[in-house]
Design a protein around this ligand. Sequence first.
Ligand SMILES: N[C@@H](CCC(=O)N[C@@H](CS)C(=O)NCC(=O)O)C(=O)O
Length: 223
Amino acid sequence: MSVKLWYDPASQPCRTVKFVIKTLGIDAEIIPTKAMEDTRTEEFKRDINPQGFVPVLEDKGQKIYESATMCRYLLDAYKGDESLFPREDLLARAQVDSWLDYNNTAVRQTGGTAVDEIIANPMFGAEVPSEEQKKKLLDSYFKDLKHIDTSLKNSDFLTGDKLTIADVQIYNEITSTSLFLKLTFDDFPNIKSWIDRIGENEVIKELNEELQERLKDFAEAMK
Ligand SMILES: N[C@@H](CCC(=O)N[C@@H](CS)C(=O)NCC(=O)O)C(=O)O
């Protein structure tokens, strides 16, 4: 039985889970599900995820929520590369885990809130924030980018010289946020070269193409 993934390419956490599925060559049924549309239906909340979020993963008939948990589960259960997510070296694993947690508690909070308040909510009728409010939102996000940039000063990836699942999760998060908010990484040179490095990965290239295709829907909705 293949795993199932309810998936929207515009969703950063969705792309990270699909990255794991594709990288590990896991047999999967991908179920296209538009965030903020399909996820808000009664059926989706009743049958798939009461919280109304994607991604949702199902394996052996059990649903799993939270993208970082899905990635850890898949990398453990389907035996991912030790460098992508360490299973033997617990200290190395803790380094990766801490970045995954940091993504949830910091980057996704500051960047995600900025995207919601500045772009997404106004699409659904909410008031556009004032310039002062926008600055405040972006300043909080830039603090996180500064921390990431400094952490990348002496290494190619967040935890050393190898790509881990935490790099992919944070890469997806901040590249999407920048796309939506039309930001550049000019003030964060280490992030800029890290993004180029990760962008060479073939699976990442494929997922970015899916994102670009899906963004056409948003461009249409914003007309
Ligand atoms: N912490 C969750 C976040 C999931 C999440 O925020 N999903 C968004 C898309 S990126 C969503 O489905 N939003 C649906 C909506 O707002 O209706 C994870 O990492 O899986």
